[in-house]
Design a protein around this ligand. Structure first.
Ligand SMILES: Nc1ncnc2c1ncn2[C@@H]1O[C@H](COP(=O)(O)OP(=O)(O)OP(=O)(O)O)[C@@H](O)[C@H]1O
Ligand SMILES: Nc1ncnc2c1ncn2[C@@H]1O[C@H](COP(=O)(O)OP(=O)(O)OP(=O)(O)O)[C@@H](O)[C@H]1O
Ligand SMILES: [Mg+2]
Ligand SMILES: [Mg+2]
Lengths: 251, 251
């Protein structure tokens, strides 16, 4: 039975896509079958893996193509259902449904989810009908939060929004808060990390440190494990893979 | 006649709100009458100025309150039309209009824009009906772009989206590209800055350097000019105010 994990926060630029892509890549390297679903009109998950899908989530949601035609094999054990601009049109279609709009993604995914161990969803920043659809489909929420004031403000706002979804659907649960952009040279992020650990002790994961390799890897279309295997960035995401897979021996 | 400038880029966390707030604050300090309009459900413009508006853009768009009741005076010469979660409801109303949806903001703003020299619009990341409304109302586009690979990918995608709007409305023009998070200690951002200058010589503004003061100022509810008046961050935004106001003596 696939674990369905959405990587999400309304605040922009906190490392959602970087985390979805590297967590997915790491789980695949550890031997799990992973489907990475990009629900963002920016389509940056495929870009970060060096792929340019001609069809993806849009064509799955409109049913103009079969699942097999929408999913591409990005790596061994790692499949990708790409996002991109065409999702904007699908969002309008979903918005105009008079009922059941929030179940659109769940219905489209039902026939294919049994093939995977993990379904990792990357989401767009902001808050819209597609993110609501993700929260009506996923079971676990992983929130990357950059260690800065504005992202922390975004975190508390997002958790209220999540709460309003949970009134309608108890299955969606916050599970992981991943501090990102930890910089041991600056006090601010360290203080915010200490504060987060106090506020959310049961959810806090090992932090991802600031590392230029993470911002460079995308221009080579590589995961961090391919681009900088010995780096602290690789070590940090490896830790996250172990925590999420509950497998101390993963990777 | 008010200059209507939207600060926008679909990519998250590139400094849109930081730029809208500090550009608006600087123009106000220079003596111009400025209205800062926050069209983002995150409502972070008000937060960065230390204000918690009880009414704002939502109530203006639904017409449940008069403009006077929606606009608060945040500083001398600086008025604020706040954003926030309630905008999500308004977005749904706009989405369901069968015609004229993209002119909703323009209609609501028509009666009040003559009171200001500048109307600065902060926008949410992503792409939705409210951003389309902003692009059908504003005349000038200012794009902050963080000097990293993914934001640059976001810039080229955004410019294509802007082009598709321009087919319907010639009045909206790209005017400023503001490189942000320039870090003189790292090669990557410097190389990307050089690249941007080559690609867009007519739009490139003096860059905003990475500076912790910019991420700290919001927790005190202060603009950079109030929080760190002597800093390079203050100097950088001062330069932007001069460029935008076309006034070498501003501030
Ligand atoms: N730990 C890190 N160290 C250095 N750079 C990073 C790190 N994590 C992410 N980045 C870079 O920071 C930028 C933002 O990351 P990313 O695109 O993953 O965030 P996001 O939350 O998906 O953004 P959006 O809200 O636009 O979807 C990118 O340029 C990315 O390469
Ligand atoms: N030049 C800078 N130096 C250091 N920190 C900065 C700088 N500019 C912005 N920041 C910080 O970076 C983060 C992102 O900035 P900001 O919120 O303005 O971006 P945004 O594009 O409005 O994000 P969103 O896409 O979520 O609306 C914030 O924590 C902000 O305080
Ligand atoms: Mg992303
Ligand atoms: Mg913002």
């Amino acid at each position: 039975k696939a674990r369905k994990i959405c990587v999400t926060l309304s605040k922009g630029g906190v490392g959602k896509t970087t985390t979805a892509v590297n967590l997915g890549s790491g789980l695949a390297l550890a031997g799990y079958k992973v489907l990475l679903v990009d629900t963002d009109t920016q389509g940056q998950s495929a870009y970060m893996l060096g792929r340019k899908p001609v069809a993806g989530l849009t064509e799955l949601l409109t049913q103009e193509l079969t699942p097999k035609e929408c999913i591409l094999e990005a790596r061994k054990n790692l499949w990708l259902l790409g996002g991109g601009k065409s999702l904007a049109g699908v969002k309008r279609i979903i918005d105009r449904k008079s009922f059941g709009a929030e179940w659109t993604l769940s219905e489209a995914m039902a026939s294919l989810e049994h093939e995977y161990d993990f379904i990792i969803m990357d989401t767009s920043p902001g808050w819209d009908q597609l993110i609501v659809n993700v929260l009506f489909y996923a079971t676990e929420v992983l929130v990357p939060v950059a260690l800065e004031v504005m992202p922390l403000h975004g975190l508390s706002e997002f958790l209220k929004s999540l709460g309003s979804i949970q009134k309608y659907r108890k299955e969606i649960q916050l599970k992981y808060i991943v501090p990102t952009f930890l910089d041991n040279r600056i006090k601010g992020p360290q203080n915010l990390y200490a504060e987060l650990k106090k506020l959310y002790p049961e959810y806090i994961c090992p932090p991802i440190r600031y590392n230029e390799s993470l911002s460079e890897a995308p221009s080579f279309g590589k995961s961090i494990f391919e681009f900088a295997p010995g780096s602290t960035a690789s070590a940090d995401y490896r830790q996250l893979v172990r925590k999420v897979s509950l497998n101390e021996n993963a990777l």
